[in-house]
Design a protein around this ligand. Sequence first.
Ligand code: MG
Length: 274
Amino acid sequence: MVRTYRNARLHHRPARTAQAQASGITIKTPAEREAMRRAGQVVALVLERLGKALEPGMRTRDLDALAAQVIREAGARPAFLGYRGFPAVVCVSLNEEIVHGIPGERVIQEGDLVKIDAGAVVDGMYADAARSFPVGKVSPSVKALVEVTRNALEVGIGQARPGGSVGDIGYAIQRYVEDRGYAVVREYVGHGIGRNLHEEPAVPNYGVPGDGPRLLPGMAIAIEPMVNIGTYWTRVLDDGWTVVTADGSLSAHFEDTLIITEDGREVVTRYNGK
Ligand code: MG
C-alpha cells in the first residue's frame, strides 16, 4: 500500500539516530527485524500463490479469498483489512488502475495487467509488497512497462544503504523511468514501515541525490515505484480507494519492504533477502 502525498516535499535531516527518531523514523530492534522477516516471508508467499492462481475468468474477489487463506494458514494477520476502512485483504488493481483497487466481482480477462499489493503482520510488525502480473498473452507495450517498473524497483533498492539518503532512491528511480519515456507517480509514495503500515519517512519515486532523511542501519522502508505510460497525474474513483491514471493510460507497480543493514539492505519480502 502507498502513502498519499499531496504536498510533495523532502526534509533535510542529519545522520544521527536521535535526530532520526525525533523525526518519527524508528530504528528496529533485532527482535522487531526478525518479526518483519517473518511477516515478509508471508507476503512473499501470498504474492507467489496469487500470481500462480491468476487466470482469465477469475473474479478479483477470488484472489482476495486465497490471500486471506494463505495469511491465516501462516499464522499471520492481514495488514490492509480495515486499514483506514479498506474492505479487503489485498489490493487488486487492473490496467489503468494504479493502486488500492478493491477486490470484487470484476472478472479478469486475457491481456489484463493485474497489480496485487499484499501486507501481513507478525508479532505486531508489518511487511508490504506488490507485483504486476500480465494475464495470458499481453501486448508488447504491457510487457515493456512491467519490465521497466520491475527494474525501477531494483534500481531503487540498489540505492538503499547506510549513509545514503531517501533522495538517492527517488532520484535513481525517476531517472531510470523517465529516461525510458515513462512517468513516475508523484501523488503516492513509498514509506517507512514497522509497527505501523505507514511510518516516516516518505519515500518518493522522484527526488534529488543527497536530499531527504539519511538512511541508517535498522530503518525499514517500502520502496514502490508506480509507473505510467502517459501522464503521472492520478485521480480516485467514486469508491474512495481506487487510484487510476488521469488519462486512462496503463500503470504498473512493484514494491518490496527492506531493512537497512550495516553494509546494505535486506529485502524481507523475498525468499532470498536480495
Ligand atoms: Mg506500501
